[in-house]
Ligand binder design. Sequence first.
Ligand code: ME8
Length: 520
Amino acid sequence: MSNKTFYVTTPIYYPSGKLHIGHTYTTVAADAIARFKRFTGYDVRFLTGTDEHGQKIQKTAEAQGLEPQAYLDGMVEDIKRLWNRMEISYDDFIRTTEDRHKVAVQKIFEKLYAKGDIYKSEYEGWYCTPCESFWTQTQLLEGNKCPDCGREAQLAKEEAYFFRLSNYKDRLIEHFKSNPKFCYPEARKNEMLSNFLNENLEDLCVSRTTFDWGIKVPFDTKHVVYVWLDALCNYITALGFMSDDDSEYQKYWPANVQLVGKEIVRFHSIIWPAILMALDVPLPQQVFGHGWILFGDDKMSKSKGNIVYPEPLIERYGIDALKYFLLREFTFGKDGSYTNRNFLGRLNSDLANDLGNLVSRTVTMIEKYSDSEVPSPKVKGGVHDELSIEAIRAYSEFEGQMDELQFSEGLESIWKLIRRTNKYIDETMPWALAKEEGKKDELDTVLYNLAEAIRIVGVLISPLMHVTSKKIFEQLGITGQQELLTWESVQEFGKLTPGTRVSKGEILFPRLDIDSEIAA
Ligand code: ME8
């Protein structure tokens, strides 16, 4: 195992409804990072899970006539089924109702209380149950509406424990300034600095007494721990923090990147680091707040009912089609709109036309003009060298873009190579070379270079689209040749062994009739 470690996390989702493509988006992005880092030699830990306490979950379970735990078990089974169906390569799945988490959260609460970072007082203010967020009167919108979701907040007055968030304001500002990539992208950092850290940072209420579906405060059991404090701690409790065996915590913490949607950047870049500072624990290297997938102009959300689910899309078009679309269509960090037309348009243009056609044309020509065997290249220079230079460019650009989590640009770099390779076919016209006398060397070279280019494409896309990548390797007949499938193998053009036998497989991405797909 490599001694370079990499820890990536997704938010732990509320199992208060079926997950949709918004959740899938974050998880697919985290999976792409995890797979890319493993591929490039890191010992990776990829954590996801579910946030199972709080008033909202309790109310949802009650509305279905179920005990919270029974309700949650069913929901979590569905979530795991979805991630498994999508072949998400998570290493651990934490549920906040698990003992390993509950016990550690109680210890964390006790420690913060013993240090004086948590104290008892009375809460008087507003609470938004769907967001599980506390608000002051001045933060509310007109009509006592929650500034995050626009729904009506409720007045709450109860005895409560508070976390001394205000004590950490200066250290947080200092951390933001001296670590410019801590809260990222730039726009999120500026938003946090100007909207929250510039104002009075009030102490945070961290316990509730008006319901009981939560982790009990160990020394005052009529209180349950505020669901956000409970939830945020998952990133370290899952590693065994404050347990008998904290070897994983020692190995993987601090996280390299914590992915979250932009609406919860405040919790992850202000409250979470303050808790960690209070615990004397190092902060994650980066909290990346990505944008929203909108439906029309609205955020897709369980409560608004304007939802696209991943299951019908993956059943009909395959997991790689959805993963490709999510990573390619939206700039990571910015909002974007989902439409069926855009989704299907990308499938046709990028996957069926550009990639699918290239693989199919290449394998067909090798079968036809070279008896299914990859010939050895004979000629150098000109257009042939242009192709190999392009392949090396694609590899190095892709690496840089993946390190910056710019998936869309990374895929575009690979697609530039794909389009260049398609153009190479048009320029060299292998079908004409096959007919002409004395062009055998030229033809062999073209066929070899095409096979090598698609091998490189297959390797480059493998962390993002592993199903397609495997199909390409099968058609090229190199599945068993591990040395041709590694990250190192694409740093050089010309590794494919002449004589390899290709065989045409199923079409990678069939061309779709968009209007009839939309009507279906
Ligand atoms: O907030 N576009 O859980 P949650 C993009 N339990 N991403 C979206 C999205 C959309 N339309 N909708 C959801 C919670 N997401 C807490 C987290 S973490 C300690 C606790 C993604 O089920 C995005 O990552 O509401 C967002 O932050 C997350 O799902 C919210 O999931």
